[in-house]
Design a protein around this ligand. Structure first.
Ligand SMILES: Nc1ncnc2c1ncn2[C@@H]1O[C@H](COP(=O)(O)OP(=O)(O)O)[C@@H](O)[C@H]1O
Ligand SMILES: [Mg+2]
Length: 293
């Protein structure tokens, strides 16, 4: 792994997108979920698969349940029915000890995930290694520098978070998420708030890190263009389950109205622009006029 990460920094940025089917790392089967009994069902009959070597994007409107899916995989919440399998084991049925071990094999870049502001760039990346391993300082230093090198920030190791740009901070967060070489990396809106150049760099890094680690990346995002450039497979969530799925090529060619509304950013389509309510005619007392004409 070390050598592949080193190679990464020298390699050209253009790896072919991975079309080969690796083994299933995460499998979501018929999952129903609501946050509390009697509350709105967030997910219903959800089925998804995430395979080794792939970058898989999960897209959909705000509040459709994307972060919730990551929480179910991370075991922060349990599905009321169905299964969430990680490397073949049901996350929802694991003992807390087993869940801790499983979580160590998942890297997570949280939505709005901030760095520890009182720790240097180096110490931010070292944090998970200090928490979860007993490496001596020399080995720890080598690993941290390798990770920082992979995101192009080895030279920034001694800076504090307040001294670096937003784009650099996101890359440090990326290095921290992969510190333990997780086979599964989950990114919750990693592009939010980035300028177009930082966004492009971050997207490319997500692809390249996945390649170098031989991992599986699950990418929750709204940015269609950047995502379609790096993803092997895309799920669109609507109404608690998969509204559409396919490779970026398949989805780009699709004439499914739901896919088109999303890709063309149209305000109206299967996902309505108007919050349900009484009709415009009734609100303005025009129903009679219409009928009378
Ligand atoms: N901890 C929680 N308790 C209750 N409801 C929640 C909680 N977290 C999120 N929700 C609700 O669940 C729905 C899905 O949320 P979320 O998964 O965060 O959506 P997304 O990430 O797609 O924007 C939203 O309606 C949200 O308000
Ligand atoms: Mg979210």
């Amino acid at each position: 792994m070390k050598s592949s990460l080193l190679k990464l920094t020298k390699a050209a940025n253009q790896q072919p997108i991975n079309q080969e089917l690796g083994e299933v790392v995460v499998s979501i089967r018929d999952v129903d979920f609501s946050y509390a009994p009697g509350e709105r069902q967030i997910l219903s009959g959800l089925n998804m698969e995430f395979r080794r070597g792939q970058v898989v994007a999960v897209m959909g409107g705000s509040g459709c349940g994307k972060t919730t899916i990551l929480r179910l995989i991370g075991g922060q919440y349990r599905a009321q029915s169905g299964e969430v399998l990680f490397e073949g084991d049901d996350i929802g049925r694991m003992s807390s000890a087993k869940l801790m071990t499983a979580r160590r094999r998942m890297g997570m870049l949280f939505q709005f995930g901030a760095l520890f502001t009182d720790l240097s760039v180096f110490e931010n990346v070292a944090f998970p290694l200090r928490e979860h391993t007993n490496l001596n300082e020399e080995l720890l230093r080598a690993l941290v520098l390798l990770k920082l090198n992979a995101v192009g920030l080895r030279g920034a190791r001694d800076l504090m978070p307040s001294q670096i740009s937003g784009g650099m901070a996101r890359r440090v967060a990326l290095a921290r998420a992969i510190a333990l070489d997780p086979p599964l990396i989950m990114y919750d809106e990693p592009f939010a708030g980035l300028d177009p150049i930082s966004l492009g760099i971050t997207a490319r890094l997500i692809r390249d890190l996945n390649e170098a680690l031989g991992a599986t990346s699950l990418l929750v995002t709204h940015d269609i263009e950047e995502t379609f450039a790096i993803a092997d497979y895309v799920y669109f969530i609507a109404n608690g389950h998969i509204g559409a799925e396919g490779t970026p090529e398949e989805l780009s060619r699709s004439d499914d109205p739901f896919v088109r509304q999303f890709l063309d950013a149209s305000p109206d389509g299967p996902v309505p622009f108007h919050y349900p309510g009484i009709s415009l005619e009734n609100d303005f007392g025009l129903a009679f006029d219409r009928q009378g004409q």
